[in-house]
Design a protein around this ligand. Structure first.
Ligand code: HEM
Ligand code: HEM
Length: 401
């Protein structure tokens, strides 16, 4: 029979139960396995990415299966407990069933939202793209949901452990038909029992407490990375930078990942009449972010921020045509000094200037990622994007500087 009765689980409910169990146990196995894997070489990262992709793909499948399962069970009678007179045991069993229903939604959703909030690292193999509607791309959001995902996993372990122990108790100690009801659909039990609201409410309270404890405390201190560029407080030639961004884009596993270098200072001298000048930029590489691979990017293989916390770019500025300019000079990054020409557009209105520029670097020129000799996991090309606004300084201030 397809549908449930008060005494039995129909085949649809049973297929849903074992399919969700299979998907969730596979996701747990892959999640725990991946967590313990090394991340030090190209081959190790490639393996890790494949396993996380499988984890995410199975997890999303588990989500849709759970949704279908829940919709189905809402329309079905719930079979009676076999020993309704054992009040505490029946309550515990139902509490765990509701906790498991919660986990079926919370685990994949928290994982998926965390994944969508972050660029880079192990795409899902479903054709939905990387992002989700209403989920901002933000490291804070990603960390929050990763935290919920990890904490919820602990609740899930406990719930599955107790659930399986309970099922085994029915087989070994009670020797009743609880297991046969869920495997073969054997009818068992008598009468009808109204299921109270206590167990679902208790499960809801557990989940609310778990998710609540993963939420950040309100009004925490401002994180240093969140501050505006350090450029503002520095001596800065005859143009003072008021705001700006320094971003870069790399190809990881064939997908573009955006990074940011939020802390830098620029000293700019520019003569509007001749269209020439000089610039010196100092970049604090320790503040860099690159999606979910920030730590790897800061590590010895790439920016090596522990050894080389400062990168510098010194260049001569020349106007080529109209608003088009070039900054031609040297970028010193990770101990390597490499010639670099950055084409940029400059607009000046009164005492306000805005510039945007973009250049392409090759990571190999800086000795970055030597154990990634091809482009399969990290591309060679790094696109650098700069935007800034600057204010003209009064002549005396420029002299002081
Ligand atoms: C692999 C080991 C598992 C075994 C042996 C097992 C066994 C059972 C049995 C015998 C029942 C019927 C209980 C009853 O009639 O009162 C049941 C129900 C249930 N199981 Fe499992 N289960 C397993 C894994 C899971 C997993 C991984 C989940 C979900 C995360 C899950 C979720 C549920 C839920 C929600 C019910 C209640 C169904 C309902 O009445 O709506 N089970 N399980
Ligand atoms: C039924 C669904 C899922 C289950 C049971 C599950 C379970 C797990 C477990 C047990 C871990 C290891 C946690 C730890 O080491 O503390 C993990 C990690 C992870 N899962 Fe899932 N997961 C599910 C779905 C998803 C989905 C749908 C995604 C993304 C689309 C996802 C993304 C991740 C990520 C990125 C990690 C690594 C977190 C980190 O190390 O910060 N998971 N998951």
């Amino acid at each position: 029979m397809l549908t449930n009765t008060s005494q039995s689980y129909g085949s649809v409910a049973r297929i849903f139960h074992w399919l969700t169990a299979l998907l969730i146990l596979s996701a747990i196995g892959l999640g725990i396995y991946a967590e313990g894997l090394p991340r030090d070489t190209d081959a190790a990262v490639a393996t890790l990415v494949t396993i996380y992709s499988a984890h995410k793909t199975i997890g999303v499948a588990a989500f849709f299966t759970a949704l279908a399962r829940i919709l189905w069970s809402l329309a079905q009678p719930k079979p009676v407990p076999l020993h309704a007179e054992r009040r505490a045991e029946t309550f515990a069993a139902e509490l765990i069933h509701w906790a498991l229903y919660g986990a079926m939604l919370i685990m994949p959703l928290s994982g998926w939202i965390g994944h969508a909030a972050q660029t880079g690292f192990a795409p899902i193999l479903w054709p939905f793209g990387q992002t989700l509607p209403f989920v901002p791309q933000s490291t804070d959001v990603a960390h929050l949901f990763e935290g919920i995902h990890k904490l919820s996993a602990l609740v899930l372990y406990a719930a599955i452990g107790l659930h399986v122990l309970g099922a085994l108790k029915h087989v070994i100690i009670d020797r009743d038909a609880t297991m046969a009801r869920m495997t073969r659909g054997t009818p068992a039990g008598e009468g009808r029992v109204a299921h109270g609201a206590g167990a679902p409410l208790a499960a809801l309270a557990i989940w609310a407490a778990v998710i609540g404890s993963a939420l950040p405390l309100p009004a925490g201190p401002e994180r240093p990375e969140a501050r505006a560029p350090a450029a503002q407080n520095q001596p800065s030639g005859n143009w003072q930078v008021s705001e700006g961004t320094l971003g870069f884009t790399v190809q990881q596993m064939g997908a573009a990942v955006d990074g940011s270098l939020p802390a830098w200072t620029a000293q700019i001298d520019y003569d509007e009449a001749s269209g020439t000048g000089t610039v010196t930029v100092q970049i604090d590489t320790t503040q860099l972010t690159l999606g979910s691979v920030t730590d790897q990017a800061k590590g010895a293989e790439f920016f090596d921020t522990a050894t080389f916390p400062i990168a510098t770019f010194t260049a001569d500025l020349t106007r080529t045509e109209g608003r088009a300019h070039e900054a031609t000079g040297t970028l010193t990054l990770r101990g390597a000094s490499v010639p670099l020409t950055l084409p940029f557009a400059l607009s000046i209105a009164g005492d306000q200037a805005t510039m945007t520029g973009e250049a392409v670097l090759d990571r190999r020129a800086f000795g970055m990622g030597e154990s990634y000799p091809d482009e399969s996991s990290v591309g060679f090309r790094v696109t650098v994007q700069v935007t800034l606004s600057a204010t003209r300084q009064p002549a005396s201030a420029a002299l002081d500087a």
